[in-house]
Design a protein around this ligand. Structure first.
Ligand SMILES: Nc1ncnc2c1ncn2[C@@H]1O[C@H](COP(=O)(O)OP(=O)(O)O)[C@@H](O)[C@H]1O
Ligand SMILES: Cc1ncc(COP(=O)(O)O)c(N)n1
Length: 273
């Protein structure tokens, strides 16, 4: 069985972070391992506390997983500080971790910061160049490009091309935060752009969409899919998960990680490319 590692924060509410990643890995038929960078006290109403882990604890987890089990792909989520980013980048190089998907998590949907402001520079310079794929949403792409306005697909294409200059092999700018009848994700692989579009689903229950999407890309890459194939599957997977999202808790509920297995394979949402 292929193995995939998530390096991310824990979401006690179960919808995002490490928990979303491991549920997605299970659904995609890969063996999931995890390195917890920070513990969040979180539910559907928001983030109530952030407890970054000691550097030595994160290093020990990385060594434990990578020196014995190894991995066929990995993803990063919440990394919180420049020190954690530097440590993770160093270990990824030391163990030659393949197919690294970087979700540059910055702010939770309710507005709580999951990355310190001063860590953006380390993310840009130290980690992003190591990515096989990076998956910023529109506000994250904008922040990584110094506050640039991104309001439509044309600007997403330009942003993807500029982010590609930072060194990753491919960039997906996700369109969940824009308006419009469709939610369009733009992939640039250094040669061409691909568009993955689905009808925008009317729901507030979108907690963990970005985590789930990037975890699915990493799982598919571990199984040997090309980057466009992996992104296409991830778009289909997350579309089903949002279509069947769960009214759990009093706020922004999680997506349904098993929806693709339960209904998706019978009725693919067929993202257009
Ligand atoms: N309301 C929606 N309807 C359909 N797809 C959505 C919706 N919101 C987000 N998505 C999709 O979910 C994925 C994650 O996107 P986004 O919400 O932008 O990321 P993040 O969770 O990092 O903020 C993308 O594939 C995006 O197109
Ligand atoms: C621990 C943790 N990591 C990431 C997110 C972002 O979630 P989203 O995928 O909704 O942007 C989160 N809310 N909590």
């Amino acid at each position: 069985m292929k193995k995939v590692l998530t390096i991310a924060g824990s979401d006690s509410g179960g919808g995002a972070g490490i928990q979303a990643d491991l549920k997605t890995f299970q659904e995609r038929g890969v063996f999931g391992t995890s390195v917890i960078t920070a513990i969040t006290a979180q539910n559907t109403l928001g983030v109530h506390g952030v407890y970054p882990q000691e550097l030595s604890a994160v290093e020990a987890q990385l060594d434990a997983v990578l020196s014995d089990i190894g991995t066929d792909a990995a993803k990063t989520g919440m990394l919180f500080s420049a020190e954690l980013i530097q440590l993770v980048a160093r270990k990824i190089q030391e163990y030659s971790v393949p197919s690294l998907v970087i979700d540059p998590v910055m702010i939770a949907k309710g507005g709580a910061p999951l990355l310190k402001k001063e860590a953006v520079e380390a993310l840009r310079k130290v980690l992003l160049p190591l990515g096989a794929v990076i998956t910023p949403n529109v506000p994250e792409a904008s922040e990584l490009l110094g506050g640039r306005r991104i309001e439509g697909v044309k600007e997403m294409e330009e942003a993807a091309k500029e982010l590609y200059q930072l060194g990753p092999k491919a960039v997906v700018v996700k369109g969940g935060h824009l308006d419009g009848e469709q939610s369009v994700d733009v992939l640039f692989d250094g040669e061409k752009w691909y568009h993955f579009a689905s009808d925008r689903i009317e729901t507030r229950h979108t907690h963990g969409t970005g985590c789930t999407f990037s975890a699915c890309i990493a799982a598919e890459m571990a199984k040997g899919r090309t980057i466009p194939e992996a992104v296409r599957t991830a778009k289909d997977f997350i579309t089903h998960a949002i279509q069947h999202s769960l009214e759990i808790g009093k706020g922004v509920g999680p997506t349904h990680h098993a929806a693709y297995r339960l209904v998706g394979e019978k009725s693919p949402s067929s993202p257009t490319v």
